[in-house]
Ligand binder design. Structure first.
Ligand code: BG6
Length: 489
């Protein structure tokens, strides 16, 4: 097994270091890498933000964040090592001249600089300009960009262009945190390390695929951002299309960024367009209304704090996606994602084709087809539903459905499930772009999503209401029932 080395020295500079993402995810992920000894001894972590803080105050904020967001007990020795790496830089990120101050803080050595933009994308351009103005960009530096990259194809191009003026594509790491999830990465292993699936992974063996990403949370005080985005931009354009592309892509020649990203891109580009001509038949938009979650009353979207009461933003989307290529012709990928659904529950279910002929009619008039279930979260795992003979002499040839269970928590009992950001941070330190989204992919995904959003706007219809705590509008059941299929609940 290839062992990961301690990375070469780098300076990790987090813009927006006091923000929610940094405190909840980035700093805890770096701390976990410290626990594993995966950060080079010489590396420093520079927090950049607008408020004035002393270094001690910044360290106290970081310790507090780790205590709140690291699930395991904090190791004091590791913490001391981690804290010793911290530096704080107050900065007005829009003021190019102010970056001279950052220049005096950053080391003058040969370390690779990793600029992590954990800020609204609207200021990515300003940050790049400021860095350039202070002579802080060199060919070996890397830049990390968080989603959303734009609101549509045109605005994503503006952001990508602004950054591309200063950094080459090989230096840019666009984060989609789903690509760092263990279970999402496991798709590559399932598909390409098991001949059982490599050879049965196409229209000849697979009937259809369902991808569900359900969340029980509402919009959690993010009304301003979310109402502009909606579930299509917030989840489908990125996370669900990333899952779909890993499921649908052709086998890459190897695990390199070039090979993987090229195949994923082809899959997204092969998605059949959904536009004004077929929008009603292929999609459903919903918006949660008042309802109950675990027996507790929760407000509908329009009754959330700060809500614009005539908003037509969708909080639920179901789509029948089809891929126009040799492998997937005639195999629908049903996507479904929403807020305020009954539980946090994300899974992929691959439905194989039924046997052409049934010799077990005494047990089953319709022989159930095999199903591969990949639970992304929580309760991560993989299950293959198969038919089995019930043992015993009394019965003739009695059979039943059984599950071959590969659940993570059973197979790897004492293994901590690592957070997606830990994996992604490590890959950034390693300079490996395979788990990051290329510009071409972002643009292909926007092209597909924009056409759907445009078609919805043309109808001017409000999204269909669904009670909070339910699985979405009734029409999402009809979307799949029209094809004689049903969602796996
Ligand atoms: C984010 C979305 O990208 O992903 C959020 O902006 C969503 O709205 C979140 O809640 C879901 O991530 P996870 O890892 O909890 O499934």
């Amino acid at each position: 097994m290839k062992k990961l080395d301690c990375q070469s020295a780098s300076e990790i500079i987090i813009f927006g270091a006091l923000g929610d993402l940094s405190r909840r995810k980035l700093l805890p992920a770096l701390y976990q890498l410290e626990v594993c000894g995966l950060i080079n001894e010489q590396s420093t972590i520079v927090g950049v933000a607008r408020p004035t803080h002393s270094l001690d105050e910044f360290k106290a904020i970081v310790v507090d964040s780790l205590k709140s967001f690291v699930k395991e007990a904090i190791d004091q020795e590791v913490l001391a090592r981690f804290i010793a790496r911290l530096v704080y830089q107050q900065l007005d990120m829009k003021d190019a001249d102010a970056y001279k101050g950052l220049a005096t803080t950053l080391a003058k050595g040969n370390d690779t600089r990793i600029y992590y933009f954990s800020t609204p994308p609207a200021i990515y351009g300003d940050i790049c300009h400021g860095l350039d103005h202070a002579n802080l960009i060199s060919a070996k530096d890397r830049v990390v960009m968080e989603k959303p990259i734009g609101h549509c194809l045109a605005s994503s191009k503006v952001i990508n262009d602004q950054v591309a003026r200063f950094f080459k594509e090989q230096q840019i790491y666009r984060i989609d945190h789903y690509l760092g999830k263990e279970t999402v990465l496991n798709l590559l292993v399932l598909r390409f390390a098991n001949s059982l699936f490599t050879t049965n992974w196409d229209r000849n063996s697979i009937d259809h695929v369902q991808i569900t990403v359900a969340e029980s949370v509402g919009i959690e005080g993010r009304w301003g951002f979310y109402d502009e985005a909606g579930q299509m931009r917030d989840m489908i354009q990125n996370h669900l299309l990333q899952i779909l592309s890993l499921l649908a892509m052709e086998p890459p020649a190897d695990l390199s960024a070039e090979s993987i990203r090229a195949e994923k891109l082809k899959a997204v580009k092969a998605l059949c367009p959904i536009d004004r001509t077929n929008i009603k038949e292929k999609t459903v938009r919903g918006q949660y209304a008042d309802g109950f979650l675990n027996g507790i009353a929760v407000p509908g979207y329009l009754n959330e704090e700060g809500a614009n009461t005539d908003s037509k933003t969708e909080t639920f989307v179901a789509i029948k996606a089809e891929i126009d290529n040799w492998r997937w012709s005639g195999v629908p990928f049903y996507l479904r994602t929403g807020k305020r659904m009954p539980a946090k529950h994300s899974e992929i279910v691959v439905h194989f084709k039924a046997q052409p002929h049934n010799i077990f009619k005494d047990s089953y008039s319709d022989l159930p087809a095999n199903k591969l279930t990949i639970r992304l979260q929580p309760d991560e795992g993989v299950e293959l539903q198969m038919m089995n003979k019930i043992p015993g002499i009394a019965t003739q040839m009695n059979i039943q459905e059984n599950k071959l269970d590969l659940s993570f928590n059973e197979t790897y009992k004492n293994q901590r499930v690592i957070d997606a950001y830990e994996r992604l941070m490590l890959e950034i330190l390693n300079g490996n772009q395979s788990l990051f989204v290329s510009r071409d992919e972002v643009e292909a995904a926007w092209t597909w999503a924009d056409s759907i959003i445009d078609a919805w706007q043309s109808t001017n219809e409000a999204p269909k209401p669904y009670a909070a705590g339910s699985w979405g509008p009734v029409s999402s059941i009809s979307l799949i029932a029209r094809d004689d299929r049903q969602w796996v609940e």
